[in-house]
Design a binder for this molecule. Structure first.
Ligand code: ADP
Ligand code: ADP
Length: 230
């Protein structure tokens, strides 16, 4: 139903530039949790952006057999929640920054996803709680806090596929481990594509690892099989 399938996907950022994606083939059956690793410049973030905002590309990207190129932006957002490395925050209250994704969510729901994103302490330390202004003339967030706020926001959408671009960046190992554990519980049954260059602790959240190099996926391993095998 919500299987994601990429076939020979090519993408370059400038018309005459280098190809950032050079024939990506990827199958993510519904419920699959996959980490995408690989050297800097391999094309991981480009792939995430392509799934989130749909850069123009060549090749085919389908979800549940439907070509994402032919689906309107709102439908794409309902199917694929993406947390970018540098997420966009609004000059607004924390509550409004979260509810942009889910206007009906009540404060209890917001507090719950903030806790999953390991921002419970952050929320309690804010001068006005969910009413605290974020951005210009308000509270300044660190890069890691912004990213985790974006994770909380993405969780409110309840999309069948969650794409996370370097969610553990800037977190200490313990917080990263807690985040992965909470995300694993929260997203049970949904697909996860975790982009990371830090392998530590990822087995809590994902079952498989794919390696990207030079714009292609060159290997894919089942993490649990690798652990069990002699
Ligand atoms: P990774 O996430 O694996 O580090 P990226 O997807 O960021 O890799 O980059 C893949 C290639 O695309 C690199 O050669 C990078 O320089 C290029 N690239 C990424 N973003 C842009 C951009 N906005 N404009 C031009 N080139 C870009
Ligand atoms: P742009 O993508 O146009 O460069 P910015 O990155 O400057 O935009 O920020 C977009 C919005 O994100 C700002 O209006 C601000 O509300 C919020 N924002 C940016 N940086 C921070 C930060 N460090 N803490 C809190 N909010 C921020």
């Amino acid at each position: 139903q919500n299987d994601l399938r990429l076939r020979e996907v090519w993408m370059r950022h400038a018309e005459h530039g280098e190809w950032a994606l050079r024939g990506v083939n990827l199958d993510l059956a519904a419920g699959t949790r996959l980490a995408l690793v690989g050297p800097s410049g391999a094309g991981k973030s480009t792939l995430a952006h392509l799934l989130g905002r749909l850069y123009p590309y060549q090749g085919s990207v389908t979800m549940g057999g439907v070509d994402l190129d032919r689906v309107c932006a709102d439908d794409v957002r309902a199917r694929i929640a993406i947390v970018e490395q540098t997420p966009y925050l609004f000059d607004a209250s924390l509550r409004d920054n979260l509810r942009i994704a889910a206007p009906d969510a009540d404060d209890a729901a917001l507090a719950r996803v903030l806790a999953v994103a390991q921002l419970e302490g952050f929320l309690h330390n804010l001068p006005h709680g969910l009413d605290t202004w974020v951005g210009a003339n308000g509270v300044t967030l660190s890069g890691g806090e912004m990213r985790r706020l974006a994770i909380a926001r993405a969780l409110l959408v309840d999309a069948p596929l969650l794409v996370l671009d370097e969610p553990s960046e800037g977190l200490d190992a313990l917080t990263a481990a807690a985040l992965y554990k909470a995300l694993a519980d929260e997203t049970r049954g949904r697909s996860v594509l975790l982009i990371t260059h830090r392998l530590g602790g990822i087995a809590t959240l994902v079952d498989e690892v794919a390696v990207m190099e030079h714009g292609r996926i060159v290997a894919r391993h089942d993490l649990h099989a690798a652990v069990v095998a002699p």
